[in-house]
Design a protein around this ligand. Structure first.
Ligand code: 13P
Ligand code: SF4
Length: 363
């Protein structure tokens, strides 16, 4: 993957107010040629320039609904920009303002490891015995693998629907790369914990098989989100003691124990809607990224909204999309230079689109 070039000091050294004015000005000049999409974990300074905000599912759908825009500037992370490129026609260019905006969870599964696991599992249970599901937080290569093998992409907002569809196929499931989303939603769909076994890509296939992976109904890839891993069941216990009546809502990337102890669980969009619709005066602790938690507190002044953890749970890669990089990307577009275009090769895009379209049609 290409690395981000260092920005000219004029972007880094300018006062924030000046940068904000410049973004507003260049944005205006670009007009309908550009759509800016912003994920809910982006900081306020960036979100204020987004034409649309959303969770990863909503943003994927929005990307397909703006065919008139020449450029989609994606204020999110790499896998989201790749998905937008896969889903949009060739004349639309997807721009990620900082190429360093990756996702550590997506990096926990690569295509070689996935193919190795697939071969080993099929060697035990026979070809055609598995259906792969990949979380949106995965590379285009993995989405293409899933598309080729009759599988589907899911996000945290539609994982239950996708699981339901997969379980009707009467096959075993390989779910990657987030073990927590896979376990949380699998359990919700009635699969006992004992029937969901981890596949550790750092171990040799024989060891995974010896630990029961091939006997399981669902094989969970051993990946996780390092931001959501910081929320612990103890945080919930102490908040419930400290603030009786508090309601807890967590993202399904949190551990099984955290989700089980929460009152609600769901995608970033569901978290926003649930708190917005709640009673004035209610108190909420939220198990997700801190930029969103802070925004929820601001947007709901009639409620008390706090993070589930005292430790600041910031997604450092989302945070790389900052006003200087946004300005740099927009100014280049305005002057006719396309920077940081995210482009998936035609063959990979073809199969990844099969898996993404399947998700869109199920949802
Ligand atoms: P959502 O689809 O819920 O926005 O989640 C994306 C993500 O990366 C959460 O860590
Ligand atoms: Fe990836 Fe976690 Fe950041 Fe989401 S919060 S983009 S899963 S590292």
């Amino acid at each position: 993957m290409p690395t981000q070039i260092e920005l000219n000091p004029k972007y880094i050294d300018s006062p924030t107010d000046r940068i904000m004015e410049q973004i507003a000005s260049v944005r205006k000049k670009l007009g309908d040629r550009v759509v800016i999409l912003g994920h809910h974990y982006q900081c306020d300074e960036v979100v204020q320039f987004a034409d649309f905000t959303g969770d990863s599912f909503k943003l994927a759908r929005l990307a397909t609904e703006r065919p008139e825009a020449e450029f989609i500037v994606f204020c999110g992370v790499h896998f989201m920009a790749e998905s937008a490129d896969i889903l949009t026609p060739d004349h639309q260019k997807i721009i990620l303002p900082d190429l360093g905006a990756g996702c550590s969870m997506a990096d926990m599964a690569n295509i070689e490891q996935t193919e190795e696991a697939w071969r080993a599992l099929e060697a035990v249970n026979g070809s055609n015995s598995y259906l792969p599901i990949t979380y949106m937080n995965s590379s285009a290569d993995i989405k293409a693998f899933v598309g080729r093998h009759g599988g589907v992409v899911c996000t945290s907002s539609n994982a239950a629907t996708v699981y339901d569809w997969a379980l009707q196929q009467d096959k075993r499931v390989l779910f990657l790369p987030d073990q927590h989303l896979g376990r949380n939603v699998g359990f919700e769909m009635g699969i006992p914990l004992a029937d969901m076994v981890l596949w550790d890509p750092m171990q040799i296939p024989a060891d995974n098989i010896a630990h029961g992976a091939a006997d399981a109904r669902v094989v969970l890839w051993k990946g996780h989100c390092s931001v959501h891993a910081r929320f612990l069941p103890e945080h919930i216990d102490s908040l419930r003691l400290e603030k009786p009546g508090i309601q807890i809502i967590s993202h399904p990337e949190c551990s099984f124990e955290v989700v089980q102890k929460s009152d609600f669980s769901g995608s970033t969009e569901k978290i926003i809607k649930t708190i917005e619709a709640s009673e004035p005066g209610s108190t909420w602790a939220v198990g997700t990224e801190i930029n969103l938690v802070h925004r929820l507190a601001q947007m709901n002044p009639d409620k008390e909204v706090m993070s589930l953890s005292g430790i600041s749970c910031l997604c450092a890669t989302m945070y790389r999309i900052d006003p200087p990089h946004l300005l740099w990307a927009l100014e280049n577009l305005e002057s006719g230079t396309i920077v940081n275009q995210i482009s998936v090769s035609a063959e990979t895009a073809k199969w990844a689109k099969v898996a993404l379209d399947r998700m869109l049609s199920l949802a």
